[in-house]
Ligand binder design. Structure first.
Ligand code: NAI
Ligand code: PHE
Length: 355
């Protein structure tokens, strides 16, 4: 991917790209839309094949945040930051990492509140505490510094609500979202996936897990989960596939053979191409659009830090993700469109109403 290809086909408001000579890191901040309020979305820090790939990721993820906020009914726009690390985090050393965070915070500060960041893959609440030393435009600081912590537990709660709704829509289980005895395959046992796996196991599901980190799969296996090779995730028969790792898992080819009845997970941008949603729908696989299913983290962060909600209010709003998915599935049936299209239409209505 190169910037010349990515940016002309993106309909966002701003994309800043900076290089820091001292650390060798690149910094991308994409503000997709401020129509519903100031843009917000997490900071993703990882090694990328190229800066163009990072810009592609940031711009796509920022657009997904706009839709996520709109569907969740939150008064925020969509943005995202990507830090292109010169080496994996573990190899960077703490001083270099701190400098990277400071440079990023200075960039966020320069936007003057147009964009507020938060945790995402490769960044934690402790990192948000460091950013907060330089800029106030940060969500998800640790509880120790008076913040609400990362949104991961809320994201997991919302994903599980989506799993239950998807199961009911697929006509599986007791018809009311009960998952007892159903095979749920969780790909990615990080902050969100590990909790989704726990919730599924507590509800009586037969748990299958896959992670590229063998220690994480081993920990789940010790709790009774069956371990699946990360390369076999899309070929393993299950009732619900819950992608909770990185995006792009399901392209049109995978969609043609995916052996499950429903897909509901946390990963942003699970579909690698638009046709994948059509193929899933044609095969009768219930697909919970990722930006619907994974809104719990945004609900937690924006609810606590912008809207002054209590934890109970956050939980209530997060559980409504199940109802939102039912509505999206109903709209998809009524209009003969995919759930992805129905959820986009819902977001578009909210964005138009706000104009
Ligand atoms: P994380 O970084 O804590 O966990 C990701 C896990 O996936 C790790 O255990 C990693 O080893 C594993 N993994 C990576 N590539 C894999 C592969 N190819 N196969 C199997 N496992 C693989 O990330 P976190 O916070 O749990 O987020 C997971 C996903 O959910 C990400 O896509 C993130 O953008 C999305 N998300 C997270 C939210 C949050 O509140 N943390 C909110 C909304 C979306
Ligand atoms: N990165 C998470 C997401 O994609 C959490 C987050 C939400 C971070 C909103 C910042 C703002 O939803």
């Amino acid at each position: 991917m190169d910037i010349e290809t990515v940016l002309p086909s993106w309909d966002g408001e701003l994309c800043s790209v900076l290089f820091d000579r001292e650390t060798g890191a690149w910094f991308v901040i994409a503000v997709h839309s401020t129509r519903l309020g100031p843009a917000s979305g997490g900071t993703r820090a990882m090694v990328y094949p190229s800066v163009g790939d990072a810009v592609a990721d940031a711009t796509r993820l920022a657009a997904a945040m706009t839709i996520k906020m709109a569907v969740a009914g939150l008064p925020m726009g969509g943005g995202k930051s990507v830090i292109v690390l010169p080496a994996p985090r573990a190899a960077l050393g703490d001083d270099r990492w701190r400098r990277i965070l400071r440079v990023h915070a200075e960039n966020v500060q320069k936007l003057g509140g147009t964009y507020t960041t938060g945790p995402d893959i490769g960044t934690s609440s402790a990192d948000m505490d460091v950013l907060r030393e330089t800029t106030p435009f940060v969500f998800g600081r640790s509880a120790a510094t008076g913040g609400p912590g990362s949104g991961a537990p809320a994201t997991a709660l919302g994903v599980f609500a989506a799993v239950r709704a998807a199961v009911a829509e697929a006509g599986l289980g007791d018809g009311n979202g009960g998952v007892a005895g159903l095979r749920i395959l969780v790909q990615g046992l990080g902050a969100v996936g590990a909790r989704v796996a726990e919730l599924a196991a507590e509800a009586g599901a037969e748990l299958l897990v896959a992670d590229v980190d063998p220690e994480r799969s081993a920990a789940a296996a010790a709790q009774g989960a069956r371990v699946v090779s990360p390369t076999e995730v899309t070929r393993t028969r299950c009732d619900v596939l819950a992608p909770c790792a990185t995006g792009g898992l399901i392209d049109v080819r995978v969609a043609r053979t995916l052996p499950c009845a429903a897909v509901a997970g946390a990963a942003n941008n699970q579909l690698a191409d638009a046709e994948a949603a059509l193929v899933l729908a044609r095969r009768g696989i219930v697909y919970a659009p990722d930006f619907v299913a994974n809104a719990g983290g945004a609900i937690h962060l924006v609810g606590r830090e912008v809207l002054g909600w209590t934890e109970d209010q956050v939980v209530r709003r997060t559980l409504q993700i199940g109802q939102t998915l039912h509505r999206v599935c109903a709209d998809a049936r009524t209009y003969g469109i995919t759930t992805e299209q129905a959820a986009h239409a819902l977001a578009a209505r909210r964005l138009t109403d706000a104009a």
